[in-house]
Design a binder for this molecule. Structure first.
Ligand code: NAD
Ligand code: DAU
Length: 351
């Protein structure tokens, strides 16, 4: 059985990737390495935690000696790296923690893989999961990010992700490490931490709290259901070419305000409220500093070369997401109050 290390597997996207690999790939033993920061939550993986091909490892990718030891002790055939600080607003108030996890943490993993695999790279792969934000922002409708778009990161978050992408490519050209990178657009779906737009709005709508729309709500994002991202990662990990980059996106652009209005109407129905009641909660607030105007991905390379396409229409994905949050209000309460954090701190104390 081959061992695969997935980092950040207790987070939003990572938990969907772990579930997919544990369930669809019994030929692998999956190690989920996660520091369980505020964004990591083992509740996301309750359904697979007892699977015989799954092991959770609590640890910090910033800790180089820990990472060296972990990677030298277990014969990993693949590393799928998702662990990161992921929220743009947090990166504006605390850039250094993004440098530590996203840059130093990534270099620690690259170093450990390089040293342990010692030039015998056959059958190995280092897969770095990145973001479309490294390309900066788009202005003109009908323009898209392609794999060759020049990097132009504009927030501390995207600068840290761009830096990590450069290190990953440098380890291939310098040491021959077999790497692959994907850059994905905005994800949505179950288990999304309620600091990000869609789950924050759902949480606030349920609790009748103001819905903070930054600026005029005119910024555009390209939304992809998280399970479709997990499928794309599976396809690229297995069929992607070493050294290549693949863009992943849903061809599903929404202005923030339009998206929030759609959510409000859907929630009116789901909560049995009067039509138009929820949208009264919309509140325009000060814009994010350096707020990127528009992201839009051209995923032609991935679809033409590897046959991946998003499987879900947005309306269906959004309704599944809203239904999940309505049925998992305890999850929402516990992540916002930090209850799970306290529970797992006790469980992993001293490790
Ligand atoms: P997330 O914030 O929900 O989860 C991040 C996970 O990483 C958490 O479980 C956290 O505990 C863990 N982590 C953080 N610091 C760590 C450290 N130092 N050591 C070990 N584990 C640590 O993030 P997400 O939204 O699931 O994003 C996952 C990856 O996908 C990130 O690399 C992100 O840049 C990328 N990405 C995200 C999106 C999106 O829309 N969310 C889109 C494209 C790419
Ligand atoms: O594009 C991929 C990226 O998408 C990922 O790399 C990031 O990890 C992920 O967080 C996401 O970044 P965004 O900044 O686009 O996502 P966020 O949900 O924070 O914001 C989406 C849009 O909504 C953005 O234009 C800012 C706006 N917004 C966000 C929040 C939290 C609001 O108007 N109000 C809010 O309260």
């Amino acid at each position: 059985m081959k061992n695969i290390l997935i980092t950040g597997g207790a987070g939003f996207i990572g938990s969907h990737v772990v579930r997919r690999f544990v369930t669809n790939h019994p030929e692998y033993h999956i190690y989920n390495l996660d520091a369980l920061t505020y964004a990591g939550n083992l509740e996301n993986l309750r359904d697979v935690e007892n699977a015989s091909n799954y092991t959770f490892v609590k640890g910090d990718i910033v800790d180089a000696s820990f990472i060296d030891q972990l990677i030298s002790e277990t014969d990993f055939h693949g590393i799928i790296h998702l662990a990161a600080e992921s929220h743009v607003d947090r990166s504006i108030s605390d850039p250094l923690s993004f440098v530590m996890t996203n840059v130093v943490g990534t270099v620690n993993l690259l170093n450990a893989a390089r040293k342990t695999w010692k030039g015998d790279f056959s059958g190995r792969r280092f897969y770095h999961v990145s973001t479309d934000e490294v390309y900066g922002e788009l202005h003109d409708p009908g323009t898209f990010f392609v794999e060759t778009t020049k990097y132009d990161p504009r927030s501390p978050y995207s600068a840290s992700k761009a830096s990590s992408d450069h290190f990953v490519r440098a380890y291939q050209s310098t040491y021959g490490l077999p790497i692959v990178i994907s850059n994905c657009s905005n994800n949505y779906g179950p288990n999304h931490f309620p600091e990000k737009l869609i789950p924050l709005m759902i949480h606030n709508i349920i609790n009748n709290k103001p819905l903070p729309v930054y600026g005029k709500g005119e910024n555009v994002r390209d939304w992809l259901f998280v399970e479709d991202h997990a499928i794309a990662i599976d396809v690229i990990f297995h069929d992607g070419k070493n050294g290549e980059t693949y863009n992943i996106g849903g061809h599903n652009e929404w202005k923030n305000l339009d998206l929030v209005l759609v959510l409000c109407r859907l929630m009116d129905q789901k909560l049995g409220r009067e039509k138009g009641e929820t949208e009264k909660l919309i509140t325009y607030v000060t814009d994010r500093a350096g707020h990127d105007l528009r992201y839009a991905i051209d995923a032609t390379k991935l679809s033409e070369e590897l046959g991946w396409k998003p499987s879900l229409q947005f309306e269906e994905g959004l309704e599944r997401t809203v239904d999940w949050y309505l049925s998992n209000q305890e999850w929402l309460q516990n992540v916002t109050s930090g209850e799970y954090q306290k529970y797992y701190e006790g469980m992993y104390a001293g490790r």
